[in-house]
Design a protein around this ligand. Structure first.
Ligand SMILES: NC(=O)c1ccc[n+]([C@@H]2O[C@H](COP(=O)([O-])OP(=O)(O)OC[C@H]3O[C@@H](n4cnc5c(N)ncnc54)[C@H](OP(=O)(O)O)[C@@H]3O)[C@@H](O)[C@H]2O)c1
Length: 316
């Protein structure tokens, strides 16, 4: 079978198609024929070597964290699914290798794909949807009227976070670029700010929650627009942020919180329910498998709304 692999850290050019055996199913695992794979910033941060501390430096390695597909075979002790079931799910965040014709997973890593969404949509939900859920379930106390600012809201986490915060009763302000304004409105934001012609830090409004998804608004800046007892969420923490947040939280009422994604079957089930109930899942670009290098070259700079994915359809 075909699988995308790389043997050194670097740009999209290090990615290659490898011919490898179909992985063997163990007693408690399932073999999935992959239909589509999501493209995430974590993919290129790991591939570039920016996250060595967490990802390790073992090669060769695969790429791709969340996926959709069809159950092909089940281990003798994996009884929850049967051959032919359509599913979506998530692999180990730092060791994902979903961009492959077949993968093996555990039952806890997948859930049933809602019929109402495409394989491409289903593939893109697990990482960004779980991240949004984790923020609102474990880092932030969302109540009716909570003022939430989402900086960098036109991408994957922003799409889910905007809609989930609105459903939780929050008043949501999103900061997006030119191409994200309509999406911000469509996803229900109460206020949409275009970062290209307005600086949210210069506004008069104070927020209960500031979520930075852009990597461009550190706590030191965000605190200007945070209420006294409020929370800032940093979504790409490294050692520096872990140390700073520890000391800041000892002395400040403005809390500095870090997102460290811990996928769970409950998040997957909740995302499937959201999809059934019609939450917007925008996949603005789908690449064929053979265009994998182009995909990983374009998406980091692409100004895509929502998500981008790679489809395995057409692969012979
Ligand atoms: N810690 C964890 O466990 C975890 C888990 C998942 C993801 N993450 C991280 O979370 C972050 C967000 O993920 P994502 O999937 O939502 O990424 P994404 O889809 O790339 O979205 C990022 C958004 O930031 C916007 N942006 C860029 N420059 C901006 C600026 N100056 N002001 C405001 N917005 C700006 C981009 O808009 P334009 O297109 O207009 O540039 C884009 O919509 C990434 O860093 C990712 O690695 C962390």
């Amino acid at each position: 079978m075909k699988k995308i692999m790389y043997s050194k850290f670097g740009g999209p050019e290090v990615l290659q198609i490898a011919e490898v055996p179909i992985p063997a199913v163990q007693e408690t695992s399932l073999l999935i024929k992959v239909k589509a794979v999501s493209i995430n910033p974590l993919d290129w941060k790991i591939r570039n070597g920016e996250m060595k501390l967490m990802s390790g430096s073992k090669f060769p390695r695969g790429i791709g964290i969340d996926f959709s597909g069809i159950v092909e075979e089940t281990g003798t002790a994996a009884t929850k699914y049967t051959k032919g079931d359509e599913v979506f799910g998530i692999m180990d965040v730092f060791k994902g290798e979903a961009l492959s014709e077949y993968i093996t997973v555990k039952e806890k890593d997948i859930t049933v794909k809602p019929q109402s969404i495409s394989f491409e949509q289903a593939a893109t939900m697990a990482v960004v949807g779980s991240a949004a859920l984790q923020i609102f379930k474990t880092l932030v106390d969302l109540k009716k009227g909570t003022e939430v600012l989402i900086n960098g809201a036109s991408g994957g986490i922003g799409m889910f976070a905007t809609q989930i915060a609105k459903m939780g009763g929050a008043i949501v302000t999103t900061v997006v670029g030119d191409s994200g304004i309509q999406a911000g409105k469509d996803w229900g934001a109460d206020f949409v700010i275009n970062y290209r012609n307005e600086d949210v830090l210069k506004g008069n409004k104070q927020y209960d929650v500031v979520i930075d998804l852009s990597g461009k608004m550190p706590f030191s800046k965000a605190k200007q627009i945070m209420k006294h007892s409020s929370a800032y969420i940093h979504t790409a923490p490294g050692p520096k942020e872990i140390i700073s947040s520890f000391f800041i939280n000892l002395i400040s009422g403005k809390k500095y919180k870090l997102l460290m994604l811990k996928p769970s079957p409950e998040y997957l089930a909740e995302l499937a329910d959201y999809a059934e109930s019609g939450i917007a899942i925008v996949v603005s670009k789908v690449y064929p498998f053979n265009s994998f290098k182009k995909a990983y070259a374009e998406v980091p700079n692409g100004k895509f709304i929502g998500k981008a994915a790679i489809t395995m359809d057409g692969l012979v």
